[in-house]
Design a protein around this ligand. Structure first.
Ligand SMILES: NC(=O)c1ccc[n+]([C@@H]2O[C@H](COP(=O)([O-])OP(=O)(O)OC[C@H]3O[C@@H](n4cnc5c(N)ncnc54)[C@H](O)[C@@H]3O)[C@@H](O)[C@H]2O)c1
Length: 378
């Protein structure tokens, strides 16, 4: 470990020190390229991975310390900001440990946690320690999205249709464009006749992919108590088609459509839409892993029977990944207010509610299908 400490005092022009827990493809292909563009404000100082060879090799790329222990990274005084990029089952405990270590800010890759119980534990520690936390839902930091938010007026109150549709090639293709990935787990062919496989795949799709846009959906459905699943299907090899309804009892019913397919597409597409009788928002995001500027947002309005035209926002120079890191620097320096832990918890609760309801619906449909096939055979 280097000495004397390089930790940046508040307001100092010296870069803030970054420590990363988990140095897999997301660290290598997403965060290190983003941080390379922000060297004047952020410096990677410590890379930790349970695999010593990965920790050492990734740290060598950026001239950082390396270790295989969470405690070693959290105890490193050169680390001001901690990014948690380990597999999801470790997120909650590592977020809590980073807060307790008194770091200046924490980025947790999505999903933030996997259960309401974990979310409540994080919330308590975040309140106790006051350490700002953000979740790596990168679209919420995309300047194209933020410009739309500043200009969409009363669309959230009047929206009736919300759509997130994603068509992407598998992550590995993007990872390989961006970096030379060290070690990748082998994958087998799932047994789709087993309902547990379908349930796991759907839950994985929601907590792993849809979760990027669920905080955006929630901006248009803040009240999701009466969420109802109209349709839920797993799409092979990886994807989903899900229709939901909310607000049936209230002044405005909303239909939410979530669609994703990860296949051999040559044309990736990631679109978010929110539509009311008088206005429509469409946001075209760059695919995950791609560092090619921001999303482009278009708002189209109607007055009476007239289309009053469209306004386009973006593309801006940086994307949501870089936006996350810029925000972390501001939070660590105390120049920006952190998001409330409550809103992060609500985003997670929303995702878990959708995952639970969707998995139940898919299991019921699978059982019905199996029964009708058995009936046809008898
Ligand atoms: N924001 C995005 O666009 C995006 C895209 C894909 C995945 N993700 C998320 O990023 C995270 C990392 O994804 P990945 O594809 O790099 O995952 P991965 O599982 O391939 O790699 C994670 C790394 O963490 C290491 N590791 C395992 N246990 C650990 C522990 N207890 N502590 C620290 N490190 C540990 C592994 O050795 C591996 O090198 C996941 O939470 C994933 O959901 C985000």
């Amino acid at each position: 470990m280097s000495s004397p400490s390089k930790a940046a005092p508040l307001g100092s022009p010296q870069p803030l020190g970054v420590g990363i827990l988990g140095a897999g493809p997301v660290t290598q292909a997403i965060h290190l390229p983003s941080l390379a563009r922000l060297r004047n404000i952020l410096e990677v100082r410590h890379i930790m991975d349970v695999d010593a060879a990965i920790a050492e090799s990734v740290a060598a790329r950026v001239g950082a310390n390396h270790s295989t222990s969470v405690d070693a990274l959290l105890g490193d005084p050169d680390v001001d900001i901690v990014a948690i990029c380990s597999p999801h089952q470790f997120h909650a405990d590592q977020v809590i440990a980073a807060c307790r270590a008194g770091k200046k800010a924490v980025l947790c890759e999505k999903p933030f946690a996997m259960s309401g119980e974990e979310a409540a534990r994080i919330s308590t520690v975040s309140e106790e320690t006051g350490v700002p936390i953000i979740v790596g839902a990168m679209h919420t930091f995309d300047p194209g999205w933020l410009a739309a938010e500043a200009n969409w007026g009363d669309l959230p109150e009047n929206v009736h249709t919300i759509r997130s549709s994603i068509i992407l090639p598998p992550n590995a293709r993007f990872e390989d464009f961006a970096s030379e990935i060290i070690t990748r787990p082998a994958s087998g062919t799932p047994d789709y006749s087993n309902v547990e496989v379908i349930k796991d795949a759907l839950r994985g799709g929601i907590m792993g992919l849809a979760i990027h846009d669920l905080p955006l959906v929630r901006r248009f459905t803040p009240d999701f108590e009466d969420l109802e699943v109209l349709q839920a299907r797993h799409v092979r090899p990886f994807g989903y088609v899900i229709s939901l309804r909310s607000g049936k009892q209230g002044p405005r019913e909303r239909i939410i459509e979530l669609r994703a397919a990860m296949n051999k597409t040559w044309k990736p597409e990631w679109v978010f839409e929110a539509i009311s009788d008088d206005a429509a928002l469409r946001v075209d995001f760059t695919p995950s892993y791609v560092q090619a500027g921001s999303a482009i947002a278009t708002i189209t309005r109607r007055a009476g029977n007239q289309n009053t035209g469209s306004t386009t926002f973006g593309p801006f120079e940086h994307n949501g990944y870089e936006g996350e890191w810029r925000e972390l620097a501001q939070l660590a320096l105390g120049t920006k207010q952190p998001p409330s832990a409550e809103s992060l918890i609500n985003d997670l609760t929303f995702a878990i509610a959708i995952a639970d309801a969707t998995v139940d619906e898919a299991a019921a449909e699978h059982a019905q299908h199996s029964n009708s096939h058995a009936g046809a055979r008898s």
